[in-house]
Design a protein around this ligand. Structure first.
Ligand SMILES: Cc1cc2nc3c(=O)[nH]c(=O)nc-3n(C[C@H](O)[C@H](O)[C@H](O)COP(=O)(O)OP(=O)(O)OC[C@H]3O[C@@H](n4cnc5c(N)ncnc54)[C@H](O)[C@@H]3O)c2cc1C
Length: 356
């Protein structure tokens, strides 16, 4: 069971292992991993200061070259050398020598990482969790776009012409949007907010009228020839997400070129056929595209100082900016819920007038 009466099933991730690699690549990964391990034993645990060096330090040159560096470059849209390390735990699992060798050589799985087991609602997808949380809140107004936040008068103006006042405000809109909408913000902080970087994402979702030929939950694609960096198979996670004997495939494309969504969706459909995920073009009964202007908050060397300065300023004005992009931190749904509880605890002595 997940909280608030939503029925959830425990999902155990189907892990695809490095052991499936062709032999030359597998050997490069094994020897690189060994050399990195020996290097760490001889030189102690002196952590590198950027993500690229950290990848070589932990995984060695084979895994770095064949997976970690190309995959992360594609996902984040910048060189891993520019990235800091304050996000890698828990998002980049570090398996032990024994577990890695088992995976590489014997193709055996181990439960490594923060999300190898998770709860998922039996019906209604993740929306069921949001609906259940919303049901206990007396007043929620949806689809009202905030267009200005006056920090001195403590008012929020909306696109529909309406206005609300607040004593303390919790905002989960992206921090750079909050900066843009804030009235009464020192000019230098607008400059600070320009240091925040993130990736954009095009999500191409295909409805397929046959079951999938595998039971994987998602697969990463580090090779440049694929337009997407990840394919997710939601109906393999929970069958109720698609009608019987059919499936959903979601392709995630990082930083798509402007105006190319149609072409990219076509390329996704082509690759699904080539990969054997779909037998024939007519099996794809619909394709939907969703575009996110904020997908992955980039943890580069400037992020932490910029975020702290902005969050401290807003808190001084009784505005709590929280959530994945409110706090500009790589995080998951559970972190967003915990962050909201923490914010409420911090301001518990006075009620929240408006929540965005
Ligand atoms: C591709 C992808 C895959 C992911 N997969 C997972 C996963 O498998 N598991 C997991 O736990 N997490 C996953 N996440 C992360 C998860 O989606 C986020 O952590 C979570 O949605 C963050 O919640 P939030 O409330 O902070 O932000 P959001 O869900 O982004 O909510 C912010 C809200 O602010 C609103 N807003 C913005 N501007 C305004 C405005 N001017 N006026 C009013 N409202 C405004 C937006 O419309 C939005 O509803 C994934 C994210 C991405 C991009």
């Amino acid at each position: 069971m997940v909280p608030y009466g939503v029925h959830g099933h425990l999902i155990e991730l189907n892990l695809v292992l490095l052991g499936y690699l062709p032999w030359p690549e597998k050997l490069q990964c094994v020897s690189g991993y060994w050399r990195a391990w020996v290097h760490r034993q001889l030189n102690g645990n002196v952590l590198p200061d950027n993500f690229e060096d950290w990848v070589y330090y932990h995984f060695g040159s084979g895994i770095a070259r064949h997976f970690m560096i190309p995959y992360n470059t594609e996902l984040w849209g910048l060189s891993p050398r520019e990235m800091s390390l304050d996000w890698v735990r828990p998002f980049v699992p570090q398996s032990s020598l024994r577990e890695t060798m088992k995976g590489l050589i014997a193709n055996r799985t181990a439960r490594v990482g923060y999300n190898t087991v998770f709860l998922y609602p039996v019906r209604g997808g993740m929306q069921a969790l949001v609906d259940a949380l919303a049901a206990s809140v007396p007043k929620i107004e949806l689809n009202r776009q905030a267009v200005e936040i006056d920090l001195s008068r403590k008012t929020v103006r909306f696109a529909d012409g309406g206005m609300e006042t607040y004593e303390r405000l919790i905002s989960t809109m992206p921090l750079d949007t909050l900066v843009r909408l804030a009235r009464g913000l020192p000019d230098n902080l607008r400059g600070v907010s320009r240091r925040l970087r993130c990736s954009r994402l095009l999500n191409v979702v295909c409805g397929v009228r046959r079951p999938l030929p595998h039971s994987y939950h998602w697969i990463y694609f580090p090779e440049e020839k694929f337009p997407f960096f990840r394919l997710v198979f939601p109906s393999n996670i929970m069958a109720s997400l698609a009608p019987p004997d059919s499936a959903i495939i979601s392709a995630e494309i990082s930083n798509p070129e402007a105006g190319k969504a149609g072409q990219l969706a076509q390329a996704v459909r082509g690759q699904l056929l080539k990969l054997g995920m779909v037998r024939q073009p007519s099996d794809i009964v619909f394709t939907e595209q969703n575009f996110l202007t904020h997908a992955y908050p980039v943890h580069d060397q400037q992020r932490e100082a910029a975020v702290s300065e902005l969050l401290d300023f807003f808190k001084g004005k009784d505005v709590f900016s929280i959530g994945r992009f409110g706090a500009w931190r790589y995080s998951s749904i559970d972190d967003a819920i915990v962050g909201a509880l923490d914010a409420v605890e911090e301001m518990v002595e006075s009620p929240v007038a408006v929540a965005i």
